[in-house]
Write a new protein. Structure first.
Length: 585
């Protein structure tokens, strides 16, 4: 009985144990599967991380670069030295003629080309409807107008011609208009820069790796605007055919402003801005993109006289500023003679020579220096080759080739027979007043402490003496009209006849004033030049630089001095005590 009763209980216990083992095995399998899944995710993550690391090390992120470039303009931005945008990209509308707009190959226009052109002229009054009609009739695709406003685009669409397409594109824009046009240049329809820094920096501005970084020029837009304004005012007041000017940092060579007149608008380049009809070029005119400051060479006349005196002091030809030279008789040179416009005095010393701008004495000083030495110094001042600057348009000097004899020195001593650009003159004056160091001019902003070393041309003592003499000219000589009160301006006038087919044209001048300020510690050189000024009421009916170019410098220095950190101070000036007494009444 006991045996039979115990058997069922044993079967119950055996069934419970089997169920427990089955559950345990199922749980173990589930855990193993979860572990394998987690291991799979870990391996996948490690593979992805390894791939990313390899791409970053071996192939520097083409996908990342591609995404980044989507946010960049097609062409890099150009700014002035303070970050003000001078050239940048922006989305724009354009009007495009598409003669294939009709899908069935029919006539592209519903109305006649003349009628469509007339409708477009109502929207764009400055449009030449005859040229547009000719284009539409030709059946050739092309731009009718670049840069149109959204409201004008809507008006064009309301005309109802499918062939007149409004396209969205990225366009080059110059926010300051024509400001610094000759520095910047422009971008042509092919997307590449022309003429100015747009051409110089073309590859850099189009480089995807760099175009997100603006390029800062040395130009100060405030100074640039003032220079252009005063040149324009001066040019118009004397009916000159052109003008040019520059403001140059004497310690670094940085160009703070550079202008040539007439100017052009890089936002709207016209054919006449680039190429003039033959009859106009035969008349001596130049297209607006022509840069008179860097590309045209001129005989700059008496502005060379201080350079000649500086060479004489530096070489020991002049050791006593009180030494006197004969000044009342012209110097015979072969069939010609060197004279002054009027008799200044029987004899003149060095300060008097510069104050009264005597050709006779300047030639004698140059003759004592000698042709080879004078030529060598002018070469050290950069006048034996095209001016140093980044711009592509740079004029080669005339009259610097070969060896100079005494006759050549006599004429070159007062700026005759040698033609250079106004930029050459600016760099030479910077070396003369900054302690004697010549540095190349640059349109690239230079970080403080990174100015080029340059080369020594004059002794520091020579430079100090010339600063006194330049200041004397502005106080007592032909530069009086450039003496901006409180800014201690120094400089020299130059009024040179322009050469023509049969010799010099006596009634056609190039008037220049070359200046520096403040003369107690020169920081900036300023050049103002007028091409063929006329005698008008504004210049007291005079054509010489003392009456037209010098006043430009006076107004300009008064405007830009405070912007450049030079405040007017009537209590300060360069010490003239040892040279003032040499100036006769």
């Amino acid at each position: 009985m006991s045996t039979l009763a115990a058997a069922p209980n044993m079967r119950v216990r055996s069934t419970g144990a089997g169920l427990f083992d089955h559950r345990r095995r199922a749980l173990l399998v589930a855990r193993l599967r979860l572990l394998l899944l987690m291991l799979g995710f870990v391996v996948l993550a490690l593979c992805a991380l390894g791939r990313i690391t390899w791409l970053g090390a071996a192939k520097p992120g083409p996908r990342v670069q591609t995404m980044a470039t989507l946010l960049l303009p097609d062409r890099g931005e150009i700014t002035d030295r303070n970050g003000l945008p001078l050239a940048r990209e922006f989305p724009a509308y354009a009007l495009w003629f598409n003669p294939q707009a009709m899908a069935d190959g029919g006539e592209p226009l519903v109305r006649s080309p003349a009628q469509v052109a007339d409708e477009l002229r109502k929207i764009f009054p400055d449009l030449d409807d005859s040229e547009v009609a000719e284009m539409l009739a030709s059946g050739k695709a092309g731009y009718i107008r670049r840069r149109i406003l959204p409201e004008d685009a809507n008006k064009v669409q309301s005309i109802g011609e499918l062939a007149l397409e409004i396209t969205r594109e990225t366009d080059r824009h110059y926010p300051q208009g024509s400001l610094a046009a000759h520095v910047l240049g422009y971008v042509a329809a092919d997307g590449h820069g022309r003429v100015g820094m747009e051409a110089v920096l073309d590859k850099r501005l189009l480089d995807p790796a760099k175009r997100g970084e603006p390029v800062a020029l040395s130009i100060d837009a405030r100074v640039q605007g003032a220079l252009e304004d005063e040149l324009e005012r001066g040019m118009l007041s004397v009916n000159a055919v052109g003008a040019a000017g520059i403001v140059l940092d004497v310690d670094t060579g940085e160009v703070l402003a550079l202008a040539s007149k007439p100017e052009f608008d890089p936002n709207q380049i016209r054919t006449s801005d680039v190429v003039l009809p033959k009859e106009r070029t035969d008349a001596g005119e130049m297209p607006a993109v022509f840069n008179r400051l860097t590309n045209q060479v001129y005989e700059l006349g008496s502005t060379f006289k201080p350079l000649t005196v500086a060479v004489a002091i530096d070489t020991g030809v002049i050791t006593n500023l009180g030494r006197r030279w004969q000044a009342n008789k012209p110097i015979k040179v072969g069939r010609y003679s060197i004279g002054d416009s009027h008799e200044i005095g029987e004899t003149l010393n060095v300060p008097e020579t510069l104050i009264h701008s005597s050709n006779i004495v300047s030639a004698q000083i140059a003759g004592e220096i000698g042709g080879p030495r004078l030529h060598n110094y002018f070469g050290q001042l950069g006048m034996n080759e095209a001016p140093y600057i980044e711009l592509p348009a740079r004029g080669a000097p005339l009259g610097m080739d070969g060896r100079w004899d005494k006759t050549k020195a006599l004429y070159a001593g007062f700026g005759h027979g040698i033609a250079v650009t106004p930029l050459h003159l600016a760099s030479a004056y910077a070396a003369m007043v900054n302690g004697g160091i010549w540095r190349p001019a640059t349109l690239n902003r230079i970080e403080p402490g990174h100015a080029p070393r340059g080369r020594r041309v004059f002794k520091a003592s020579t430079s100090a003496r010339m600063n006194q003499l330049l200041r004397l000219i502005a106080l007592y000589g032909t530069g009086k009209n450039a003496d901006a009160p409180g800014f201690r301006v120094g400089g020299k006038t130059g009024s040179a006849e322009k050469p023509g087919v049969s010799g010099y044209r006596r009634t056609t001048l190039v008037s220049t004033f070359a200046a520096a300020f403040p003369m107690d510690r020169p920081r900036y050189v300023v050049i103002a030049m007028l091409d063929e000024p006329k005698g008008t009421r504004a210049s007291s009916f005079q054509r010489t630089a003392a009456w037209n170019a010098a006043p430009i410098v006076k107004r300009l220095v008064s405007r830009v001095g405070p912007q450049l950190g030079v405040l007017p101070d009537a209590s300060r000036d360069i010490d003239l005590s040892d040279v003032r007494s040499l100036v006769g009444e």
